[in-house]
Design a protein around this ligand. Structure first.
Ligand code: UD1
Length: 414
């Protein structure tokens, strides 16, 4: 079994360049399948989830080529509209291909998706959205098939689902007339998808409480650069806050960090922001946070909840984190406690800060949980072994190389 071996205790010093955002590039690659032309993506991160998207595009009949973070995609030749179980099981976000395929070809078949185990992850809002756009959807034990010419609709989401918003938005580009999505995802990555689609000829307007899409019938190719990964940046900032040291992140601004920036200030970290960089300096014990809730944007991102939980395990007092997006995003808790953290669940994660963590053998159960265990191990005294780190490589480009470059003692053993 593969593992990361980490000897904790080194303070971190140096610079890390932030990669393109996983959650921005994946829906863009999904939407690229709907484009009858060539697409060039700059700042595409070299992560396994992007490789799975390339596999799906090839399976559908398209072409991709990547060099130095530039991905070329040609979906003119796409002739299939079925996502196979083989690729869908590798990554839940494969559902992101559905809206574009349904819009462009009037048909899509999708099996039950895979991905991180984060509790219940239904796709009913995607399906309801396609139905509202006029598609006929047949659900079966192993997935669903949607068919039909789409027409604009007024759709209110019961929860601002990122994936459902993105899928409906992409499909609606091909619908006749105007579509309104109410209570949509407001994540920067959803804005990035809209900006990409608009560059391809779509007419999408993002308003304060809704997204309006005017159907255009067809989309053309473009060249587009994806936004930086605020979750990757947050992970390294929390990691430095725990281990101590001084690290500059290049390619991201305080504005792009959003609420994460405020949290670091509140926990007593010293942060300086430049035009395209953020520097964190940390020497003292972190201050606790009375109460924080992981919730849809502009709230604190659920994708940083495990890493924040790890960080607050070293705080000077008690913190409470509530997770409101994924009911099963808690498997890192038991693993962090193996490293000496004092966390229990009681209507949220109750984190009683401890002065230090100790190295331990722990296991990754999902992408962000794995990142949380890694930053905890970097700050812990002694050696840690993190089993099944492949989850982490799904979303972090050059994970071990970047950490080593700032002084971490970390090795990947395949
Ligand atoms: C996206 C992100 C993921 C992030 C999540 C929340 C990508 C590739 N992934 O995932 O990293 O953690 O947003 O910020 O961008 N739900 C339903 N029915 C649906 C769809 C969702 O009940 O049809 C529920 C889910 O079970 C979950 C919540 O809504 O509890 C949020 O899910 P959603 O926002 O859709 O997340 P994803 O798009 O899967």
């Amino acid at each position: 079994m593969s593992e990361l071996r980490i000897t904790g205790g080194n303070r971190l010093f140096g610079e890390i360049v932030i990669s393109g955002a996983k959650n921005a590039v994946l829906p863009i690659l999904g939407a690229a399948a709907a484009i009858d032309g060539k697409v060039r993506i700059y700042n595409s991160p070299d992560i396994t989830d992007v490789n799975v998207c390339a596999e799906i595009i090839k399976e559908l009949g398209g072409k991709t080529a990547t060099e130095n973070g530039i991905m070329d995609i040609d979906c003119k030749g796409i002739c299939k509209t079925e996502i196979t179980k083989y690729t869908a099981c590798k990554m839940r976000s494969s559902v992101t291909f559905c809206g574009g395929l349904l819009g462009r070809f009037g048909e899509v078949s999708f099996p039950v998706p895979g991905g991180c185990i984060l509790g219940d992850r239904p796709i009913d809002m995607h399906i309801e959205g396609f139905k509202a756009l006029g598609a006929e959807v047949t659900c079966h034990e192993n997935g669903f098939t949607a068919r039909g010419r789409l027409r604009g609709a007024d759709i209110a989401l019961r929860f601002p689902s990122v994936g459902a918003t993105q899928n409906i938005m992409t499909a609606a580009c091909f619908a006749e007339g105007k579509t309104t999505i109410r209570n949509p995802s407001r994540e920067p990555e959803t804005r990035d998808l809209a900006a990409f689609l608009n560059m391809c000829g779509a007419k999408i307007q993002i308003k304060a409480d809704r997204i309006e899409i005017y159907g255009v019938g067809a989309l053309k190719g473009c060249a587009y650069s994806v936004i930086p990964d605020r979750i990757e940046a947050g992970t390294y900032l929390f990691g430095t806050a725990m281990a101590g040291g001084k690290v500059t992140l290049r390619g991201i601004t305080a504005e792009e960090l959003g609420v994460v920036y405020n949290i670091l200030i509140k926990t007593g970290c010293n942060i300086k922001c430049g035009e395209d960089n953020v520097t964190i300096k940390s020497s003292d014990r972190i201050l606790p946070l009375e109460s924080i809730t992981a919730s849809p944007y502009p709230g604190f991102p659920t994708d940083l909840q495990p890493q924040l939980t790890a960080m607050l395990s070293l705080a000077r007092g008690q913190s409470i984190i509530k997770e409101t997006v994924f009911n099963g995003r808690n498997r890192h808790i038991k693993e962090l406690n193996k490293m000496g953290a004092n966390i229990h669940e009681d209507n949220g994660f109750v984190i009683n800060g401890v002065p230090s963590l100790k190295g331990a053998e722990v296991c990754c159960y999902d992408l962000r949980g794995g990142a949380a265990l890694t930053i905890a191990a970097l700050a812990a005294k002694g050696k840690s072994v993190i089993k099944e780190p492949e989850y982490i490589f799904r979303g972090y480009e050059d994970f071990t190389r970047k950490l080593k470059s700032v002084g971490a003692d970390i090795e990947f053993y395949p």
